[in-house]
Design a protein around this ligand. Sequence first.
Ligand code: URP
Ligand code: ZN
Ligand code: ZN
Length: 459
Amino acid sequence: MGLLIRHGEIVTASERFVGDVYCDGGKIAAVGPGLEKRSSSDEVIDAAGAFVFPGGVDPHTHMELPFMGTEASDDFETGTAAAVAGGTTTIIDLACPGRGQSLLEGLELWLKKAEKAVSDYALHMAVTWFGDKTAAEIAECVQRRGITSFKSFMAYKGAIGVDDDELLEIMAATRDAGGLTMLHCEHGDIVASLQKKLISEGKTEPRYHPVSRPSFVEGEATGRATALARVVGQRLYVVHMTCRESLEAVTQARLRGQEVYAETCPQYLLLDDSVYEKPDFEAAAYVMSPPIRPSGHQEALWGGIRAGIFDTVGTDHCPFFQKGQKEMGRADFTKIPNGAAGVENRLQLLYTYGVCAGRMDMNRFVSLVATRPAQIFGLYPRKGSIVPGADADLVVYDPSGEGVVSAATHHHRCDRSIFEGFKVKGKVARTVAGGKVVFADGKLDVRRGAGRFVKRPAR
Ligand code: URP
Ligand code: ZN
Ligand code: ZN
């Protein structure tokens, strides 16, 4: 049975026109005006008055990540279901083997966890140490396992973080394999030292989390990351950028001619550090790294979007329940599991506070949430595009809808939303994944295990 989506305003990263999309066998078969049903059993969606754009590609999620003594509360099933409800049809999650663990063993573990995904997914590989076999395993990932991006953490000293010596080795091995280096940029030693000082002074509440990781600590690490990449001659993708200093570091590197990609997330565009003043340990819901920044940085980030410095908006979706998980850090903010939910909210928030607020046009919106993530990570044109032969992953977005984000109604497996009370414009009327309607009229119609692992080709 085919699917015909009619009379919608089709938006890609470069085009915008009223037309139809015909899907068959899980793929887009035709795009254009005046398309007809090819079989009497074809399903027809009337998208008049709505946008039709490619399913979102979230380049940064952490489903069921073991982290800081607990595990992210969305698994691949609940997390991809929430994604689909928000118009994201592909996530790129992080396989995260620990220090001393083989990358390939870690990969097998993550592929097993991900089998329950309801929509398609790809994986980045975390490189949390450099051993005798790491270079060969990176090459194996690129050449045969469909994994071409490798992420390391300059923060989280003593856990999954790496120091500069290791990073140079990891970057060189990734360069030789033809992979892309991704980095979480914060100066791990400074953070550890500030945390120790604050705790020793009895400053144990969540409000001290951002004090332990000021923006210059991120800016310094971002600059250092670009310097390391420059020395090695390696391509770099900087994840979850939050501040002016990082934007400057990336811009400097680009002006030197380096290939550096930049990602930010809705929470850094839309929240400021007043969230850490919330009473009754509610501030713990906002404990993530890097932290939410003082006001001023948000407009700099929007400026970075306007200036084309940001390639992507991801979510860094990594939820933890307040009850039983965030509470682990009641007596010590350094023990609060870092992260928050967001995979369901990305498109609606960016549409509302980006497009409707006049900060970007629809093409740029599609580029940030779908097309550029797909291009940078080797999923394009299968994902992030509306062309014949691409996967039939589409969103029908009704601009006349509106709503309010709330933990009471979201699909995330989490008891808090960091966007609680945010008004949103437009709504995902339908999500189509692989030619099948998986979300319509506020209801999910998904199947555990329907998602496929999307292998990415070596360059
Ligand atoms: O606080 C965060 N960001 N948690 C998830 C892990 C990471 O650093 O991306
Ligand atoms: Zn990170
Ligand atoms: Zn992350």
